[in-house]
Design a protein around this ligand. Structure first.
Ligand SMILES: Cc1ncc(COP(=O)(O)O)c(C=O)c1O
Length: 391
């Protein structure tokens, strides 16, 4: 036995057999659930075994990834490469962007709204009824005035309501929170229309944050994307890493125009880094996960993955309709919307219903076999419900 093995044996206590069994049970439960996870936008189709060895280090990407830090056990070099790829995907202006790997889409949205609030302390944030629930909380946390706009039935922001509300508050800089793929319906708020309304009302001081949690890794890989990125007028963009790209832990990327970020950077001596990020200690592992996905798939692989999912989403719509179930989806969206399924479906499948609708998110692990099984179960459940005598 080497010294290290001996040292580990005496200092690293083993789990009791009962605790070991609990872990084994949890593993089996997660393994069985994973393929049926069809209602949430989490890609389950990845292999990171090459990276397992990095879990032996207490690595940390504390601070700004573009500056040095005293904590040298970090992966910032890889983080910067990930960010450079995302800057390309989002058509960020060359050398005029900044960003970091976040703990997920929520932190990225928080960052965008924080930058906006620092630029326009008196600003009012506008977001639609279909915006992710976490945004109202972020706005409360930072005391940003805000107004919820009406949504159209398809989930896009109601542009007439935006125009009218902006007109009433023309003296206050607007912070527009645009959904680039809403949670329930996959709707994309049209940045070109939003910019046109601002121009029409002669509002020069405005900020647009794009919440591209899921669609930020879809729209760069389609032929005719809706206007959504920096070239279309966004000031900051947040994208989740564990959604379309796929990761075993929540993570994401946020990017913003550099001129905005420079206004809020502060230097902190203790970590020897610029305190530009929301979190202090940040995962050094998630940049590796994102980097590994980007390098193993490459642009061609990413396009293939996205196009396969879009094709399968269209297949699902057709299968639903063939069974008499009224399903639909937006262009460039993997979110298939249908009437709220009967309760028996919820027991077998992990789906997220809201009000009178449900949805499938056709991620890479959701194959046509899984879609066939889902639609067949749905049709059978509807028949059972319809057969029940009314009391
Ligand atoms: C549109 C949208 N924005 C933000 C989020 C939050 O992202 P995260 O779960 O990565 O924090 C989600 C999550 O589903 C979402 O759908």
């Amino acid at each position: 036995m080497s010294f290290w093995e001996y040292y580990s044996a005496v200092t690293q206590p083993n789990l009791s057999p009962a605790d070991q069994q609990r872990l084994d049970d949890l593993y089996e439960r997660m393994r069985a659930l994973s393929p049926r996870n069809v209602g949430y936008p989490c890609n389950q189709d990845f292999d990171f075994s090459e990276l397992f060895r990095f879990l032996q280090f207490s690595a940390n990407n504390v601070g700004d990834p573009f500056h040095s830090t005293n904590y040298r056990l970090n992966t910032m070099e890889f983080e910067r490469e990930v960010l450079t790829d995302f800057a390309r995907f989002t058509r960020a202006p060359a050398d005029e962007w900044w960003g970091y790997v976040t703990s997920g889409g929520t932190e990225g949205n928080m960052y965008g709204l924080y930058v906006a609030r620092e630029l326009y302390p008196e600003g009012i944030c506008y977001f639609s009824e279909d915006t992710h629930y976490s945004v109202a909380k972020v706005l409360r946390l930072q005391h940003t005035r805000n107004i919820m706009l009406k949504s159209q039935p398809d989930g896009q922001m109601d542009y007439a309501d935006l125009r009218e509300t902006l007109r009433i508050h023309r003296d206050v800089p607007p912070i527009i929170f645009a959904n680039i793929g809403t949670t329930m319906k996959g709707a994309v708020d049209d940045l070109a229309q939003i910019r046109a309304i601002l121009d029409d009302l002669a509002i020069a001081n405005a900020y647009i944050h794009a919440d591209a949690a899921l669609s930020g890794m879809i729209l760069p890989f389609v032929d005719a994307p809706q206007p959504w990125n920096f070239a279309d007028g966004a000031d900051s963009i947040s994208i989740s890493g564990h959604k379309m790209l796929g990761a075993p832990v929540p993570c994401g990327v946020v990017l913003a125009r550099k001129a905005h970020v420079d206004r809020i950077a502060r230097s902190i001596e203790y970590i020897g880094a610029l305190d530009t990020t929301i979190a202090g200690s940040r995962s050094a592992f998630s940049p590796l996960l994102l980097w590994h996905r980007l390098r193993t798939l490459g642009d061609a692989g990413l396009r293939h993955m996205v196009q396969t999912c879009l094709g399968n989403a269209e297949y699902a719509v057709q299968q639903f309709r063939a069974h008499g179930i009224e399903a639909w989806r937006h262009p460039n969206s993997v979110t298939v919307v249908f009437p709220k399924p009967p309760p028996s479906m919820m027991e077998k499948w992990t789906i997220a219903p809201r009000k009178n609708i449900g949805h499938l998110i056709v991620m890479p692990h959701v194959t046509r076999d899984i879609l066939d099984a889902f639609v067949a179960d749905f049709a059978a459940a509807l028949q059972t419900v319809n057969r029940k005598p009314s009391s």
